[in-house]
Write a protein that binds this ligand. Sequence first.
Ligand SMILES: NC(=O)c1ccc[n+]([C@@H]2O[C@H](COP(=O)([O-])OP(=O)(O)OC[C@H]3O[C@@H](n4cnc5c(N)ncnc54)[C@H](OP(=O)(O)O)[C@@H]3O)[C@@H](O)[C@H]2O)c1
Length: 246
Amino acid sequence: MQIGLIGAGNMAGALARGWGRPVLASDGGSGRARRLVEQLGGEALSNAEVAERADILILAHKPYQLEAVAEQARGHAKTVVSVLGGTSTETLQAAYPGAEVFVMIPNTPVEVRRGVTVHVEGPHSGARNEVLGLFRELGVVVSVPEHLAGAATALSGCAPAFLALVAEAEIDAGIRHGLKPWDAENLVIETLAGTAELLLLRDRDTLALRREVTSPGGSTARGLAALEQGGVRDAFAKAVDAVANK
Ligand SMILES: NC(=O)c1ccc[n+]([C@@H]2O[C@H](COP(=O)([O-])OP(=O)(O)OC[C@H]3O[C@@H](n4cnc5c(N)ncnc54)[C@H](OP(=O)(O)O)[C@@H]3O)[C@@H](O)[C@H]2O)c1
């Protein structure tokens, strides 16, 4: 199955490196498509050529470029997968009439095959198994109805940035107490990775995990209380609202 990527930026690169096989790719003139195919094999081509030769065409340009790109690519592509944030199935179908369209929103950990991809449910038939199978190679696929796409994207597509900010705040706090940056980074990032693994092992029970770590009246309890007082829940609620309500 030949994958074609229109756009060769952060998301296209993460997907292609996750799949780890030759791709057809285009860009807006920066030369990033050529650099990507030098790494992975494949060919750097024009948008129309990528659309014509790909079995599955992945749109990985910016959302506002949809119409300009579609003018060059439509008519060629049979199966179009959009990873464009905030772009509905209806908008996509209008840009690519006659093609079977899919809205899939991956996150950047697809690069290490630990990604989460939001699949926006649509009236799919033909290529559904191939498209979902392709993204399952890169981690988990979660299907949601269109009205929940924004909230789901906040919890996955945007979340690597949210969690990186949380990690950065913890690292900075450790450094303020005198830890060396490398040690602080190691402590925080390995703890994030280990906690995620443990949560999966414990059926995702966040409360049980917190209770295991928190002795009554102990230091973790004091730290948690400080986080609650600092408004951590409210801050995350507002972040998800900001994404979902756009
Ligand atoms: N980054 C994420 O974590 C993430 C998560 C979920 C969804 N997304 C979605 O993924 C898409 C790409 O985001 P990104 O972060 O990868 O952006 P990016 O790094 O800026 O990459 C955009 C790519 O599109 C190319 N492009 C621009 N105009 C083009 C044209 N006319 N024809 C062909 N290619 C064109 C750019 O070309 P040049 O290289 O020449 O500039 C660049 O390679 C966005 O729609 C975003 O909503 C991103």
